[in-house]
Ligand binder design. Structure first.
Ligand code: G3I
Length: 354
């Protein structure tokens, strides 16, 4: 793949130690640069030193702790141990908490799958959201209310909630979350909705129109941003997609970014390409007035979910497994720095965020 001269500049500049991701993202006009963190890493001091560093990460997302299988493993028995461990870190460090996720087909306990009646499912979703969003009320800047409701081919995902309630489950989940935690920004979140404009994006736009006209209070769309080095969507493609979502909602964000190598071990050229791919994502957000922030799906290869799910692939994060920053980190910092000094977003940030 061709590396442009401008891109090489992002890779080449040496980054002063004081320049860090969240600090620069805010200087450049974003609301936050965040990371997901997961419970198994919490007793690792090297990990926690970076995770708690508010100049790197202004926002934390629990990678698993708030999911249904953790929060309500059996009906009516709620547990917040895993989610609270991470929420407390954010609180102690002065970081925002980006909450994830209330209604998702995956990591859904078996008992929910055996619910078939519409009214019964509606009551179950109501109880789940009232309890979980109620427990975290006032702590979550954002909630991923519904996650991954669409298939890649554009059909609604045939999950237990959809089978029982049709598309109404989405509307109901958003209404219930808004009633429970009116201050949180409520998101629809999905993967493979970055590259304009595939069947899934078109179907997602149409689903959003349907549920918004049925009264679903949706503030934002989260584009997860999982992709592969050298095959990531371009800045232009992502901006085009965000412009379309932006016609329907107040804000958009990259919510789970990681860019994995499909062949390991990597070469220096592979790592430079990964840096350029990350720069495209951050650039797309900076150049989209409604894009409020970027979250990476963990920051070190030591705890990335990728090798578990895609054996032979990985090294998708900004820090390697020994906590060395990669070219991708440096390239992002350089881009944020130049965006901050050029005032790129000064007039573009929506007034409600100033
Ligand atoms: O909790 C069990 C533990 O008891 C058991 O010993 C262990 C053995 O494998 O598994 C543990 O569960 C794992 C769980 O993460 C908690 O660590 C599951 O196997 C594992 O599949 C699960 O993976 C998570 C994945 O969602 C599930 O789909 C990843 O950590 C998490 O990063 C990932 O996050 C998702 C987002 O929520 C939505 N978007 C895609 C993203 C990546 O898949």
């Amino acid at each position: 793949m061709q590396i442009s001269r401008l891109a090489v500049a992002y890779l080449a500049v040496v980054v002063p130690a004081s320049c860090q991701l969240d600090k620069l993202a805010k200087a450049a006009g974003l609301q936050y640069f965040g990371t997901a963190i997961d419970n198994p890493s919490l007793n690792n001091q090297n990990y926690m030193r970076v995770a708690r560093d508010i100049s790197e990460f202004g926002s934390i997302t629990p990678a698993n702790g708030q999911k249904w299988s953790n929060t309500q493993p059996s009906q009516g028995r709620f547990s917040y141990t895993s989610g609270d461990s991470i929420a407390n870190i954010a609180k102690q460090s002065g970081q925002q908490l980006r909450c994830h996720t209330l209604v998702w087909y995956n990591q859904l306990p078996g008992w929910v799958s055996s619910v078939y009646g519409k009214d019964q499912m509606q009551r179950i979703i109501t109880a789940h959201i009232q309890n979980v969003a109620g427990h975290y009320k006032g702590q979550c800047t954002h909630w991923d209310v519904v996650n991954e409701a669409m298939e890649d081919d554009g059909r609604y995902r045939n999950n237990p909630m959809y089978r029982a309630m049709g598309v109404d489950y989405i509307t109901h989940a958003f209404k219930t979350t808004a009633q429970t935690d009116p201050a949180a920004r409520l998101y629809y979140n999905d993967f493979n909705i970055e590259r304009c404009c595939n069947a899934k994006i078109n179907a997602t736009l149409s689903m959003l129109k349907t549920v918004i006209s049925a009264g679903a209070p949706i503030h934002g769309v989260g584009m997860q941003g999982h992709s592969r080095v050298g095959k990531s969507p371009s800045k232009r493609e992502m901006k085009e997609t965000m412009a379309k979502f932006g016609e329907l909602v107040d804000e958009v964000a990259f919510t789970e970014v990681d860019i994995r190598h499909t062949k390991l071990p990597t070469t220096a050229a592979d790592r430079d390409q990964q840096a350029l791919d990350y720069v495209e994502v951050v650039g797309a957000c900076l150049e989209t007035p409604k894009c409020v922030g970027i979250t990476v799906w963990d920051f070190t290869d030591q705890y990335s979910w990728i090798p578990g799910q895609y054996p032979g692939e990985g090294e998708a994060c900004l820090w390697d497994r020994n906590y060395n920053k990669k070219p991708a980190y440096t390239a992002i910092v350089n881009l944020l720095q130049s965006a901050a000094s050029s005032g790129l977003r000064a007039s573009a940030t929506p007034s409600s965020f100033r």
